[in-house]
Design a binder for this molecule. Structure first.
Ligand code: ADP
Length: 600
C-alpha cells in the first residue's frame, strides 16, 4: 500500500520527543495533583473539624456565661424576701451590668408570663415591650421542652437593629410541681463576633429549629434564615465534644464543612468552605504546572528541531551526494565533521565516491584503448590487404625498371625517367613493407632480453644524429630489471622511431630527450622517451597512432612511424601510452609484461 503521509526524519524525531516529554510531564502533573489533592482534602477536613470544635468551645463559654447571668436574674426575681423597690433597683443594676440582656420573662403554670425589659435597649432598637409579647404569642416557647431540663436557645430577632436570641432555662425554686421557665432576650453581638472571625471559612451557629443564630452575613441572622443544608448532615450522630467533617452540596456548590455541637443548648456550630475555594491553591499549582509543562514542550520542540536538524542535515548532505553520484558526478566530497556514526558513514561514502571515480576513469580509459585497438586492427587488416595486392605488381614494376636501366645507356633520354620510376617504386615498396609490419604480417622470433641493452644500442646509434640537431640525448636506466620476452630488433626500431619523432618535434630548436627504463605500478617493465618539446594537442592525440596520420609536410613524414611502433608493441603483448602537456613536452611510455616464468 502506498503511504500517503511522507514525514521527514526530523519530524519523526520531533514527534517522538514531544510525545515522550508530554507523557512524562502529564504523568508528573497527574501524580502530583493527585497527591496534593488527597493531602489537601484530608487537611481541609481536619481543619474545618478542628475549627468547628474550637468555635463551639468558645460559643459554649459565651452561652454558659449567659446562663449563669440568667440564673443571677432568676434568683433575684424569685427572692421573695427582697422588697419590690429594692428588687427593681437591682434588676436595673443587673441590666446595666449585663449589657447583652434586653429582657427577662418568667413563665409559671397557671399565670400570665411576667416580663421585665431594659427600656434603654428597647428604645435604642426602636422596639416596645409589646413587640416581644406579640412575637411570643405568635411563636410560643416550647415550655415542656425547657422544663425537661435543657437549655433552649432560639433566634428571636424582631428588628434589624437588634439581632437577638432567646435563652430559656427551667427554674426549680417555684413551689409548683412543674418548674417555672425563665427566658431572656440576649443580644447576639458576642456570637456574631465569633462568626465573623474567619475571612476564608464561613462560620455559623444554628439553633435547634435550624435557624441561623450567628453568621458573618448578618442579614441571614436578622431574617432568621434557615440553614436548610443542615438536614443533609446527620447531626444526631455528632459527639458533643468532638467535631466531624462532611461534604455536601448547597445550591449546586460542593462544600466541605466541619460541625460540632455545643454542650449548652441544642445548638450546632459549623465551619464550611466551598470545595472550589479549598482547592484554589491546588488549582493554582496545577495551572503553574501546566504553564511549566507548556514551556517544557516549547523548549523540547525547539531543542528537538535543532537536534533533529543536526542529525538529518548530514543525512540530507549524504542523500544529495548520492543523487550527484547517480547523475554520474563522482567528484563529490561530503563535509561532515562529526565523530559519530554519521561522520563515519560520510567518510566511507567519500572513500566510496573516490573509488567509483577512479574506477570510472579506468573504465573510460580501457574503453578508449579498446576502441583504439579495434580501430588499429581494422587499419592493419585494410593495410595488409592493400599491401598484399600491391606488393606483387610493385615487384614487377621494380624488376622491369631495373632490367630496363641495365639495358639503357646513361645518355639515353629514357634513363633518367626510368631511374625516377625505380626510385619511387622502391619508396612504395618500403611503405608497403612498413604497412605489413604494422599489420603484423611478418613472422618474428622473441627472446628474453635485457631491455637496457636495447636502449643503449638505440641511443648510441642516434646520439650523433640528435647532436647535429642540437638535441641532447640522455638515458636513465634502472639496474637489475627483469628480462622481457621481445624481438630486440623490433623494439630497437620502435625506440628509434620515438627518439627521432622527439627530435623532429623540436623543429630545429635545441632540446632535450631522455630515455628511461624502470618498473611500472603494475610491475611491468617500462621504457619511456621524454622530450621537453611543444607537446601534442588533445584533438590529435587519439589519431597519431593511425597509419598515414602526420602533421609533417609532404615528403618529410609518412605517418607510419607510430602506427608501426604501435603494431610492434601490441605484438609483444605490451602497451604504449602518451603523457603530454602543451608547451612542456611529451613522454611515450612502452610497457612490457613480465610473466613469473620470465623473471630472472
Ligand atoms: P611522422 O613522423 O611521419 O609524422 P608518426 O606516426 O611517427 O609519423 O607521427 C605522427 C605524428 O605524431 C607526427 O606527425 C607528429 O605530429 C606527432 N608526434 C609524434 N611524436 C611526437 C613528439 N615527440 N612530439 C610532438 N609530436 C609528435
Amino acid at each position: 500500500m502506498k503511504r500517503l503521509l511522507k514525514l521527514p526524519l526530523r519530524f519523526k524525531i520531533l514527534i517522538i520527543m514531544l510525545f515522550v516529554v508530554t507523557l512524562v510531564v502529564s504523568l508528573i502533573t497527574f501524580t502530583m495533583s493527585r497527591m496534593f489533592h488527597s493531602d489537601k482534602t484530608t487537611y481541609i477536613h481536619d481543619l474545618t473539624s478542628i475549627m468547628a470544635v474550637n468555635a463551639s468551645q468558645e460559643a459554649n463559654t459565651i452561652l454558659e456565661g449567659y446562663r449563669n447571668r440568667l440564673q443571677v436574674f432568676t434568683r433575684l426575681i424569685y427572692d421573695r424576701e427582697m422588697k419590690q423597690d429594692l428588687k427593681s433597683k437591682y434588676l436595673r443594676q443587673h441590666f446595666e451590668d449585663f449589657r447583652e440582656f434586653v429582657g427577662i420573662t418568667v413563665y409559671e403554670e397557671g399565670l400570665d408570663p411576667v416580663s421585665v425589659f431594659d427600656m434603654n435597649s428597647l428604645q435604642n432598637a426602636g422596639l416596645t415591650k409589646d413587640d416581644f409579647v406579640s412575637f411570643r404569642r405568635e411563636k410560643p416557647l416550647p415550655l415542656a421542652q425547657v422544663q425537661d431540663g435543657s437549655v433552649y436557645i432560639e433566634n428571636t430577632t424582631i428588628t434589624d437593629s437588634l439581632p437577638a436570641m432567646t435563652m430559656a432555662i427551667p427554674h426549680r425554686y417555684s413551689k409548683l410541681e412543674k418548674p417555672a421557665v425563665v427566658s431572656a432576650i440576649i443580644r447576639l453581638d458576642d456570637l456574631l463576633g465569633l462568626a465573623k472571625r474567619s475571612g476564608v471559612f464561613e462560620t455559623f451557629i444554628v439553633d435547634s429549629s435550624g435557624t441561623i443564630l450567628a453568621h458573618a452575613d448578618e442579614a441571614r441572622v436578622k431574617n432568621r434564615v434557615k440553614a436548610d443544608w443542615i438536614e443533609k448532615i446527620n447531626v444526631a450522630q455528632l459527639d458533643k465534644s468532638a467535631g466531624t467533617s462532611v461534604e455536601y452540596e448547597i445550591a449546586g456548590e460542593w462544600m466541605m464543612g466541619g460541625y460540632s455541637k455545643i454542650a449548652a443548648g441544642d445548638v450546632l456550630i459549623g465551619v464550611q468552605i466551598p470545595k472550589r475555594a479549598a482547592y484554589l491553591t491546588a488549582r493554582e499549582l496545577l495551572n503553574n504546572l501546566l504553564i511549566v509543562s507548556l514551556l517544557l514542550l516549547i523548549i523540547s520542540a525547539v531543542l528537538g528541531l535543532f537536534w533533529s536538524r543536526r542529525i538529518t542535515r548530514p543525512i540530507e548532505k549524504l542523500s544529495d551526494a548520492s543523487k550527484e553520484i547517480g547523475k554520474g558526478h563522482y567528484d563529490v566530497n561530503v563535509q561532515i565533521n562529526t565523530r559519530d556514526e554519521i561522520g563515519g558513514l560520510a567518510e566511507s561514502f567519500n572513500t566510496m565516491a573516490t573509488e567509483i571515480d577512479s574506477r570510472e576513469r579506468a573504465l573510460k580509459d580501457a574503453q578508449a584503448a579498446l576502441v583504439q585497438s579495434e580501430k588499429m586492427a581494422a587499419f592493419g587488416q585494410l593495410g595488409a590487404g592493400i599491401a598484399h595486392e600491391v606488393k606483387n605488381p610493385l615487384a614487377g614494376i621494380l624488376g622491369f625498371a631495373q632490367l630496363s636501366l641495365r639495358k639503357l645507356d646513361k645518355e639515353n633520354p629514357l634513363y633518367e625517367n626510368i631511374s625516377v620510376i625505380e626510385k619511387e617504386t622502391k619508396r612504395c615498396r618500403d611503405i608497403i613493407d612498413n604497412l605489413m609490419k604494422f599489420a603484423r604480417q611478418e613472422q618474428v622470433t622473441h627472446a628474453l632480453t635485457d631491455i637496457n641493452s636495447v636502449v643503449e644500442d638505440a641511443v648510441t646509434i642516434l646520439n650523433h644524429q640528435l647532436g647535429i640537431h642540437q638535441v641532447q640525448l640522455d638515458k636513465e636506466l634502472s639496474p637489475d630489471l627483469p628480462k622481457v620476452l621481445i624481438n630486440s630488433n623490433q623494439i630497437q626500431q620502435v625506440l628509434m622511431n620515438l627518439i627521432i619523432n622527439a627530435q623532429q618535434a623540436f623543429e630545429g630548436e635545441p632540446g632535450h630527450v631522455v630515455v628511461r627504463t624502470g618498473i611500472g605500478k603494475d610491475g611491468n617493465v617500462e621504457i619511456s622517451v621524454n622530450d621537453n618539446g611543444p607537446g601534442i594537442p588533445d584533438e590529435i592525440r587519439s589519431k597519431i597512432f593511425e597509419p598515414f596520420f602526420t602533421t609533417k609536410p609532404t615528403g618529410k613524414g609518412t605517418g607510419l612511424g607510430l602506427s608501426v611502433s604501435y603494431g610492434i608493441v601490441k605484438d609483444h603483448n605490451g602497451d604504449i601510452r602518451i603523457e603530454s602537456e602543451i608547451g612542456k613536452g611529451t613522454t611515450f611510455v612502452m610497457s612490457f609484461p613480465v610473466g613469473e616464468a620470465l623473471k630472472v
